[in-house]
Design a protein around this ligand. Structure first.
Ligand code: NAP
Length: 284
């Protein structure tokens, strides 16, 4: 029987720390501000944006929401990004993905000033992560690192397997584990012997987007299992990529879905926005 890693608890610690530091900044007349842009009516995006606004209120930030209609053009969106780039009240800019198909996501990501790119998706920040000199870490992988660290398990020298190679989760996740001297293998849809590779993992991170993808027979006894997946079942229930019920019997530590990686992503966004506010005010 494994120990549950509570994303709720760990994220609360991160947010409390951010709130404390924000209270100090406010004494100097500085209030961090996060601008969140949402285009269209995607219900999942609306839920995420609401959670981000709520978290801003909890830690004492100003949040500015820009809810734009589905038919917004790329030019109009770029104009808004430019306006926010030049707005001194805004320290972080986040454009909720996915965007409608007629807007090129990369054009928007590239237009956000790197120093306000609190999602850490801009190529400049991605490059910084590669060389290990980052100001911002991408929120989900950074949150996973906090969760692993909360267990006290040492990463250095361990066999770490990441399933998934997206720019948002898999690739930066692998890089962060590598920076901490894990021996990292990245798996994807073309990987052969996936089950065997996973069975060798001391730390297994699943970021696939398929319910029950990671089964008991793919997990080493005593492994730390982190489930990034967020899958909506037909009955409306949210579940991860890991067959939690059975894998839990083998893992030493495991994250639940919901209540695992999800809350961490938002907490790390708050941390990045605080960092941005400090940078803009030349405090770091
Ligand atoms: P993505 O861009 O769709 O990437 C999925 C990855 O899984 C791809 O690299 C893909 O391989 C790989 N994959 C798919 N089928 C596979 C298979 N049969 N065997 C091995 N690998 C396979 O998704 P993402 O954005 O990284 O997100 C992954 C999951 O995490 C989703 O469920 C998403 O909702 C969730 N997520 C959660 C949070 C959070 O805050 N909790 C944040 C972000 C994402 P190929 O590259 O070869 O296609």
């Amino acid at each position: 029987m494994s120990k549950l890693i509570s994303g709720k608890e760990v994220s609360l610690k991160v947010k409390n720390q951010v709130a404390e530091e924000t209270a100090e900044l406010k004494k100097q007349g500085i209030t961090p501000g996060l601008a969140v842009i949402i285009v269209g009516n995607d219900p999942a995006s609306r839920v995420y944006v609401n959670s981000k606004k709520k978290a801003c209120a909890e830690v004492g930030f100003n949040s500015y929401e820009y809810a734009l209609p589905e038919e917004t053009t790329q030019e109009e969106l770029l104009e808004l990004v430019e306006k926010l780039n030049n707005d001194n009240n805004v320290n972080g800019i986040l454009c909720q993905l996915p965007l409608p198909k007629h807007i090129e996501e990369n054009a928007i990501i590239n237009a956000i000033k790197a120093e306000k790119d609190v999602d850490a998706f801009h190529p400049f920040n991605v490059g910084k992560i590669m060389i290990g000199e980052y100001a911002f870490l991408p929120c989900t992988p950074a949150g996973v690192m906090e969760l692993i660290d909360s267990t006290g398990v040492e990463i250095s020298g361990k066999s770490c397997v990441v399933i998934g190679r997206s720019n948002i989760v898999g690739k930066p996740m692998a890089m962060l584990l590598l920076h901490r001297s894990g021996t990292v293998t990245i798996c994807h849809s073309k990987t052969q012997n996936l089950q065997e590779i996973c069975r060798n993992a001391d730390i297994l991170v699943a970021a696939v987007g398929r319910a029950n993808f990671v089964t008991e027979d793919m997990v080493k006894d005593g492994a730390v299992v982190i489930d990034v997946g967020m899958n909506r079942l037909e009955n409306g229930k949210l579940c991860g990529d890991v067959d939690f019920e059975n894998v839990e019997k083998k893992a030493s530590y495991i994250t639940p879905v919901p209540g695992g990686v999800g809350p961490m992503t938002i907490a790390m966004l708050m941390k990045n926005t605080l960092t941005a506010a400090k940078m803009h005010n030349k405090l770091i």
